[in-house]
Design a protein around this ligand. Sequence first.
Ligand SMILES: Cc1cc2nc3c(=O)[nH]c(=O)nc-3n(C[C@H](O)[C@H](O)[C@H](O)COP(=O)(O)O)c2cc1C
Length: 332
Amino acid sequence: MADRTTTWLGLTLTSPIVVSASPISKDVGAVAEAVAAGAGAVVMASLFEEQITNDQMALHRYFDALSDADAESASLRRADLFPVDGGPHLAHLTALRKRVSVPVVASLNGTTPGGWTSYAKRLEDAGASAIELNLYDVVTSVEETSVVVEGRQLEVVRAVVDAVKVPVNVKVGPFYSALPAFAHQLERQGALGLTVFNRFYQPDVSLETLDVDRHVTLSTSAELPLRLHALALLSPCVALSLGCTGGVHTGRDAAKAILCGAHVVQVASVLLAKGPGHVATLVAELVAWLDEQGYASVAEARGLLDVRSVPDPHAYERLNYAKMLDGWAPVR
Ligand SMILES: Cc1cc2nc3c(=O)[nH]c(=O)nc-3n(C[C@H](O)[C@H](O)[C@H](O)COP(=O)(O)O)c2cc1C
């Protein structure tokens, strides 16, 4: 039977199926079930920049309101008074570490440089095996160019990397005009991994209420090819560990991501829909496919269809796009 171990961020994982940041990772029992079913690691749900900075602001406001004498005695109790929203988060990290033996990755979600990034150190001290930094950015200003936005994001990455000794993985959305160059910059800032692609919260509009229709929809496998394309392009040009998130619903989807260069697949939707124990099916399907194809390990299959290795590299490129469009004719 094929060896399903993989390496990711310098860690050796028993399987490339990773529980992605999601409500699953908020539930210790669900995580334990996913790990028992074969998950190689778990990424915690994110702690948001806004949560950390709001708590820091609350602390400042509190001390501003006190007299000096009060402040002195209160400062002794500040940890109890303001466990900082991270308190429960750190406790959850400890609980996960106690319950499962696979690496637990803590996740921070933010986009502006600032004191909040030092929180990464607290997560490391609490036992996180790595930090995932989700650069979920919604740019609304006409003043901010992509150069400014990316520069700011790289500053955040550098701050988190500088704050910890554990590896840092960066999770990004699909909207970069020059992803290979950005990935290269991430590497230069000291990140060890890159996960593509975060799914954006995409509010719909309601024609009935004439309001924004807020809901999160789960992915389908139809979202995978966007990731496969990015992985295939990135795999030869960076030394980063590559993660695939978005649209992995079967072991065969995972196999496709691995062929395009992924070290791990980070799954949320399929586990939310089918339960954490469904990891066992994903692993079994992946191993069955590796065996069918005669690959001895995940490592042997990894990257075999990246842009460097595929027999027709143009299949990933613009030239092929032009050819494909030509193949269509209108229905009559
Ligand atoms: C309900 C829900 C909550 C999520 N929470 C987080 C989060 O806290 N941090 C994060 O980085 N990603 C979060 N994600 C994104 C997932 O980790 C994952 O990257 C994304 O859903 C794509 O994978 P999928 O197609 O398997 O769902 C969340 C996704 C869902 C559906």
